[in-house]
Every structure is written in structure tokens, then in C-alpha cells.
Write a protein that binds this ligand. Structure first.
Ligand code: ACO
Length: 328
């Protein structure tokens, strides 16, 4: 029997036009470029304009990913949007993207906060294999600016808005030619014991509000370094690869100090770690596909490269993937 492989063949991304530098923020909250840069590596973030929604960001990223592929939009029959900031409480943002793209198939959202993209990849791979979806858009899109409490400078300076998308293609592995291509491994984990470390202080069934972000920064930092390192080692093992074979590590872009600490633990050269956090801050589920698209557009990631994804977010939820990008 011929098995199928799920290839990651294209990407696209979108950042809204309004750019706020650290200096711009320090005009209305008590902070400084020096504090933000030193603690997080962030220099700028992009915020949605008044009438721009998460599905708009997702749509623009998706259109770019389709344009960069060999597919037509009607070839796509599965859309998964990882988001924490949907347009409406329901229906899913994915169905709004489907409507805007004017295509058919299945569409739904995934909520794993900053880990949403790796969760979505994992779910997409399983669904495509089990139900034979042909082509899938996996989108990470968030408008985190809507959840910021400008009275809390320790969180407000860290986040931004944006979207990234990838296209997954379901291909028959004839003569085992695709054995070493596409999504080679996925691991996802959650531990609700840490629910309170990073959350909004409100919600639909709690107080009918959306709430603002609350974070225990120092604890999150420690969990991030430990869990990102361990889960990536797990993903490597599952894919029968070792760290030396990884061409590019593309972590969730939350904080440059976390990226460097994880690189150190994994013993990977920091030049192989894609970092875009300075340009857009923490864009939650959007950050990995944004960084991937940046790396492809800047001729870092090329067809056939072995890449690693890793992310952690509220829940806590975290995970990692090893992927051979492109197609033979
Ligand atoms: N500007 C200036 N000063 C500030 C700011 C700010 N924006 N925010 C806090 N401070 C002050 C604090 O009030 C405190 O002052 P004090 O010593 O007079 O009380 C001082 O800076 C130090 O505050 P700490 O909270 O101890 O700062 P820390 O060194 O822990 O850095 C940070 C805070 C950047 C949040 C850090 O803990 C961190 O990076 N945590 C990881 C969090 C993260 O990346 N989360 C993203 C979401 S989860 C994820 O995606 C992985």
C-alpha cells in the first residue's frame, strides 16, 4: 500500500501597517528602548488599525502563500487558523477566511495561544492523512494588541499583531521518494497545572469580557527554556534526526533571550536560529510562520532544508516539529 506524505511547500505573511517603536511606546507608558531591547530584543511591533480584524491578517497571509505556491485557491479544501483573538467569539475565524477566499471544504480554529501553530500543524497532518484532504492552509494569526493592558508595562511592550500562513500538500509516496520530505515529526504537550502563569483576566463564560493578558514573566521564562529544549529533542528523536542535521531552527518569537538560551541548551549554532522578534515582538500563533516566511524571502531557508519549529504558550501548551521544507 502506498502511504502519503504531508509536504510543506509554500508560505506567506502579513504585518499591519501601523508600526510602533520602543521609543513611540515610551511616549505614553513608563518604559524605555533600553529596557525593552535588553530584556526582550524587541524594537518594533505592528498593530492592527481600527477596522482591521484577525481574519483580514489571516487572509492577506493566506493569499501570499497561495501566490507563492503552484496551487489555485480552489485546490485548498482544509483551513486551520491558530488564533487567540478571533473576529467573533463564534463562528471560527477560519470560516471567515474561507468566506473571504470564496472556497469550500472544512475550516476551523485551534486555540493553543503562542503554541497554536505547532498544534495546528500536528492536527493538520493527522487529518490530512486520515481523511485525505488534498491541500491545507495552516494559518497563525493574532491581534494581540486587543488584549493588552496599557497599565501593565511588563506585558504591554512585548506583543504585536500579524499573520503567517503555510500550505501543506498531501502527496502519495510512490517508491518511497518522499520518505525524507515534509512533516517528519510533531510533538505537542500541555500541562494545566500552569494555567494561571499566563492568561487573560476575563473570558466569555467567566465575566463576558475578553480580559487582558496577565503573565508571571520570570516563571514563564524558565518553563519556556526547559520545555522548548526538551520537546525539540523529542521531535528530533521521532524523526531519526540529530541537531547537527538541522539547517534552521525557527522558534516561537517571544524573546531573544529565550531563543539564545534554548540554542545554547540544544547546542545549535545561534546563526542557524531564525530571529525576527526585533521586527514585530510576540505575535503569538503568527510568529513561527512569520519567521519562516521571512527566512524564505531572505534566501535563508531553501528547498530541501531541514527545519525545526518550536513553541510554547499559555496553558501551558508547547510543542515542536521537524520538517523537510519544499518538494523534490
Ligand atoms: N519598562 C521599564 N521597566 C519595566 C518594564 C518596562 N516595560 N516592565 C517591568 N519593568 C520593571 C519592573 O517594574 C521591575 O522594576 P523594580 O525592580 O523596580 O520592581 C524591573 O523592571 C524588573 O522587572 P522583572 O519583572 O523582574 O523583569 P525581568 O527581568 O523578569 O524581565 C520579562 C521581564 C521581559 C517579562 C521577562 O520575565 C521575560 O522575558 N519573561 C518571558 C516572558 C515572555 O516572553 N512571554 C511571552 C509570552 S509566553 C511565550 O510566548 C513564551
Amino acid at each position: 500500500m502506498i502511504s502519503n506524505k504531508i509536504l510543506l511547500t509554500s508560505s506567506g505573511s502579513y504585518l499591519p501597517n501601523n508600526i510602533y517603536s520602543n521609543d513611540a511606546l515610551s511616549e505614553f507608558i513608563d518604559t524605555s528602548d533600553e529596557w525593552i531591547s535588553k530584556r526582550s530584543g524587541i524594537k518594533n511591533r505592528h498593530f492592527v488599525s481600527k477596522n482591521e480584524t484577525t481574519s483580514d491578517l489571516a487572509l492577506y497571509a493566506a493569499l501570499k502563500a497561495i501566490e507563492n505556491s503552484t496551487l489555485d485557491k480552489d485546490d485548498i479544501n482544509l483551513i486551520i487558523v491558530a488564533t487567540t483573538t478571533p473576529d467573533n467569539t463564534f463562528p471560527s475565524t477560519a470560516t471567515m477566511v474561507q468566506k473571504k477566499l470564496d472556497i469550500k471544504g472544512a475550516a476551523f480554529d485551534i486555540q493553543a495561544v503562542c503554541a497554536g501553530f505547532v498544534f495546528a500543524l500536528s492536527v493538520a497532518k493527522s487529518l490530512m492523512k486520515d481523511n485525505n484532504y488534498k491541500n491545507c492552509l495552516v494559518i497563525g494569526a493574532d491581534s494581540m494588541s486587543k488584549l493588552l493592558d496599557w497599565k501593565d508595562r511588563s506585558t504591554a511592550v512585548l506583543f504585536g499583531d500579524g499573520a503567517g500562513a503555510v500550505i501543506l500538500e498531501n502527496k502519495e509516496n510512490i517508491d518511497n521518494k518522499l520518505d525524507d520530505w515534509g512533516i517528519l515529526s510533531n510533538v505537542i504537550h500541555s500541562d494545566g497545572e500552569y494555567y494561571d502563569l499566563l492568561k487573560t483576566n476575563g473570558g466569555v463564560s467567566t465575566d463576558q469580557k475578553i480580559g487582558f493578558i496577565e503573565m508571571a514573566g520570570k516563571e514563564i521564562f524558565k518553563h519556556a527554556v526547559e520545555k522548548l529544549s526538551l520537546s525539540f529533542q523529542e521531535a528530533l528523536k521521532l524523526s531519526y534526526k540529530n541537531i547537527k542535521q538541522i539547517d534552521w531552527l525557527i522558534p516561537h518569537q517571544a524573546n531573544q533571550r529565550i531563543l539564545l538560551a534554548v540554542a545554547d541548551r540544544l547546542k545549535i549554532d545561534p546563526v542557524k536560529v531564525i530571529s525576527t522578534v526585533m521586527h514585530h515582538g510576540n505575535t503569538s500563533a503568527a510568529s513561527i510562520p512569520l519567521a519562516l516566511d521571512y527566512a524564505i524571502n531572505n534566501n535563508k531557508v531553501i528547498n530541501g532544508n531541514l527545519i525545526g519549529f518550536q513553541a510554547i504558550g499559555g496553558g501551558l501548551s508547547w510543542g515542536a516539529s521537524v520538517v523537510r521544507y519544499g518538494k523534490p
